[in-house]
Ligand binder design. Sequence first.
Ligand code: ADP
Ligand code: MG
Length: 686
Amino acid sequence: MGPARADLLKKELGIFLFKDLLEHYPLRHIDKTIITPISQIGADTDYVQVSGQLINLSVVGHNRSKRLVGSLKDGSGELELVWFNSIAWIQKSLRPGNQYLVFGRAGFYQGLPQITHPEIESVLSESPTVKNHLEPVYPSTERLKLKGLGGRQMAKLTESLFQLLSENDIPEIIPRQIMGILKLARRFESLRQIHFPDNPEIYARSVYRLKFEELFVAQMRIGLIKSNRHRYSQGIVFDHVGILFNKFYGDKLPFELTKAQKRVLREIRGDTANGRQMNRLLQGDVGSGKTIVALLSMLLAADNGFQSCFMAPTEILARQHFDTIRSMLGDLPVSIRLLTGSSKGRERKQILDELAGGAATILVGTHAVIEEVVVFKNLGLAIIDEQHRFGVEQRSRLWKKSQLHPHILVMTATPIPRTLAMTAYGDLDYSVLDELPPGRQPVITAHRYDNNRSQVMDFIRAEVSKGRQAYLIFPLIEESEKVDYESLMQGYENVKAYFPEPKYWISLVHGRQKSEVRAINMKRFAEHDTQIMVATTVIEVGVDIPNATVMVIESAERFGLSQLHQLRGRVGRGAEKSFCILLSGSKLGKESMERLKIMTSTNDGFKIAEKDLELRGPGDISGTRQSGELNFKLASIVEDRELLMVAREMAESILKQDAELSLPEHILLKKHLSIEAGQTQWSKIS
Ligand code: ADP
Ligand code: MG
């Protein structure tokens, strides 16, 4: 291929190496033995192949609407063919009166069947290049088609490449054992068959094999990172449980830990005592009690003479953690500081000095914590709460704050589907709080339309009269911030009309307020000075006010599932029965309806996370946007989740047998992994 076309291929499709071409998989195959009569083309016809006589060909229109139009007649009817590009060239190459074979996506224009930019070849000309009847259809672009690199040419290229290759060039990398267990087709053969299948069964087997390979290779890579960390990383040792931990546990802890909390603490203890660096993901549903696990871990660090920091995604949350922790600690001799964007001037300088000097033991804060100027004397543990708001890059900065990497505990706000956790966070150790504290009653969730608002208000009034509190949440989405802000203020006025002062007091909390104002409003609600809070999603994560029993979400159709679940998690935190009311407009799209239905049918965050993944696909799940590693060429972590589990299991068993991949049967796999390693950024950080 000449340099110009090669360049174009690289630019348009990222194809540069043989490997790229081999992995440019066909979208589908068409059976070229099937020719559809034109009269049978219907509204639901997709790609078709038609054979007939070209009866005329002419250029119509001017300038931008200039196009080449032809008709193809086959005895049953007439099909219009249209080209907008490279008109002259195409016109020159076609002869009206001749027979042609035409392939493309059929549509209708003014009631007539039509194919735009069809693939067209003379029936008399060269015999089809691809011998068997299942011909690959490749994704291509208009520019490539123009330069003669459309689907047909791609097939030719790929076919000629296969003529140069043999199994030696593309050796089997999957260990024989696994090939046997899963009865996998061989690698080289699968690659060839996925392009040029002998029949549909072999094609399916090849796809299965190649999907497995993608998932397996990814799991191997993740597994290697993890096992290397386990074997070689050096960590700070927390070798004893001391007086702070024990005193807190014995005297201050107001409740018995759940079994799950105890188990997770044991896991963390194990990680931090063995001389390796901990890198652990803690998953737990909303309200499962992650904060206390964090606090006890920090006390463990303190007992061993180390500082810790606890990072939260919002200032409200950081402040709340700070207040909770401080009041729970009571008179225990632990110095705890709060650092946020609003810590300024002398106060800020003092905090920084205390951290550097070691006078401060626990730092709670927002992103402010990871700034360059924040220096610790001996940071031993970093905890990241509600991690989906933090990018990998930000997390990595924590590492640099200590000579030995501090132990890292990442806590999720809402559960992440298992398959996603396995891929995006698979290199981390994993703990799960799969149990809620006792006495919780499931939140009762209902969906109501806007025109029922007054009943909803009556309901709130009834709850408030029982001494409870309510949240009313309005969406605030950045692109339309101004409109949203106005609707928030409008909503606030409406609520005020239902709940007039001085009988009722309302806290208003949103992102445009000064943080002091926001903090005061939060505080008043927390102390039950106000009965109702009108807020935006700034309170989405973590806010913990057990006396609140009603959560009303306005325009609920505009929220994503995990956000709704998070918001709902703000109630149902005390012993009283709690309610979540999703208000929406009456015109709902299918997906919005589906989301609201899921919310009213389950309280289980793990289930909701799975549904979310199904509805939106991996790319959009909050917090994993940076995870390019989730996009496989063939496999999908939604549709192929079972295969993913199998791949995971197989990868683990290989690494257990042979962590260095030094056995002869693993040499090719090892080589393959080291070749591939440069191409994907597998974050070692979590
Ligand atoms: P989340 O996991 O959502 O961060 P929190 O840590 O905020 O949950 O805990 C939710 C509430 O449950 C808090 O009020 C906390 O004090 C309480 N809690 C945590 N653990 C227990 C427990 N073992 N028994 C009773 N209440 C608990
Ligand atoms: Mg929390």
